[in-house]
Design a protein around this ligand. Structure first.
Ligand code: FAD
Length: 287
């Protein structure tokens, strides 16, 4: 099933992201976690793709498993920065052969020290165009309500986002954010710039304050005072932080639905218990 048709249904959507293992040693444990998440019956599940391409086989096989054995439509992430054109064509064939109909087209982070000369791909828009030419797939792309960290200005970021959408993105999924006003402002600005495709709002339930502070420092995302106070008060107890993180994410999601943002994507970090609690908190709203 195409993700765009699910999003366009008009009802509140809750999708969930999982990541594949880095090595085959942990394959079974990770697969089990993704299966538990699939049993929660999200509207669709996305499966991330390693920046160096090392986990491409794992991405395809986890996506195939949740879709074909658990009946949850899968969105396979695909990044291009480290790949040659023929590898990417091979990925299209591989995903199509496994019944995958949806790709999140990404550039990927540029590995440290990598020369940008002689690359086959520089931006996600090039990959998007190739997927569109290939046909078969519904294409999504990433977007950044607080701007991508490499962008000189938010205007540039939105201009290039428009290019990516024009290249063939049918929907966008946002980077996580912790203040919904940031998303509402971003939506206003991209609509003004002529970007009309649906935007799926990415929400991260924070259960590990150390990792979120690190991610925010790297990516330039803001942590609102209200959230910082929660982390300061409960961050030293994993149980308390988990409960507070679930409550915070739930409240963000309810506010999004209430304000007409119908599609929400949960960064599950492969934690079925956390994803399950959030789904339960929303049961009357999303059923
Ligand atoms: P692009 O859309 O290419 O943008 C990258 C930068 O280039 C931006 O600053 C943009 O403004 C600029 N730009 C775009 N076009 C041009 C142009 N023509 N000229 C000049 N500048 C331009 N990474 C992974 O490795 N695997 C994953 O599975 C993964 N999943 C993700 C899922 C989501 C929802 C998000 C938000 C991010 C994900 N990432 C993933 C991270 C992503 O790969 C990085 O953020 C990466 O740095 C940018 O990828 P992109 O596809 O957004 O790039």
């Amino acid at each position: 099933m195409k993700i765009i048709d699910i999003i366009n249904s008009g009802r509140p959507i809750l999708s969930m992201e999982v990541f594949p293992p880095k090595t085959s040693d942990t394959f079974e444990t990770v697969k089990e976690a993704t299966e538990k998440i699939a049993l929660l019956k999200p509207d669709f599940m996305s499966v991330t793709y390693g920046a160096g391409g090392g986990t491409s086989e794992f991405t395809a096989s986890i996506a195939e498993n949740i879709q074909n054995n658990y009946g949850v439509p899968a969105l396979a992430h695909l990044s291009c920065i480290s790949s040659r054109r023929e590898d990417i064509q091979h990925q299209f064939d591989l995903l199509k052969g496994r019944g995958i109909e949806n790709i999140l087209a990404l550039r990927g982070d540029i590995p440290e020290g990598m020369s940008r000369e002689h690359l086959d791909y520089h931006y996600a828009s090039e990959l998007t165009r190739e997927i569109k030419d290939y046909g078969h797939f519904c294409i999504g792309g990433a977007c950044y309500p607080e701007s991508h960290p490499e962008s000189p200005t938010s205007f540039d970021d939105i201009r290039y986002l428009r290019e990516k959408v024009d290249a063939g993105c049918e929907f966008l999924t946002t980077q996580m954010f912790f203040d919904n006003n940031i998303l509402y402002n971003f939506l206003y600005r991209i609509r003004e710039a002529g970007i009309t495709v649906p935007v799926v709002a990415g929400i991260m339930p924070v259960t590990n304050p150390k990792s979120i502070k690190r991610i925010c420092a790297i990516s330039g995302m803001a942590l609102p005072q209200r959230f910082i106070r929660i982390v300061d008060r409960f961050g030293s107890s994993p149980e308390q932080m988990t409960q507070a993180g679930i409550a915070y994410a739930t409240e963000q999601i309810i506010d999004l639905y209430a304000n007409g943002v119908n599609a929400v994507h949960l960064y599950t970090m492969n934690k079925p218990e956390v994803a399950g609690k959030i789904k339960e908190n929303l049961s009357s709203i999303i059923e």
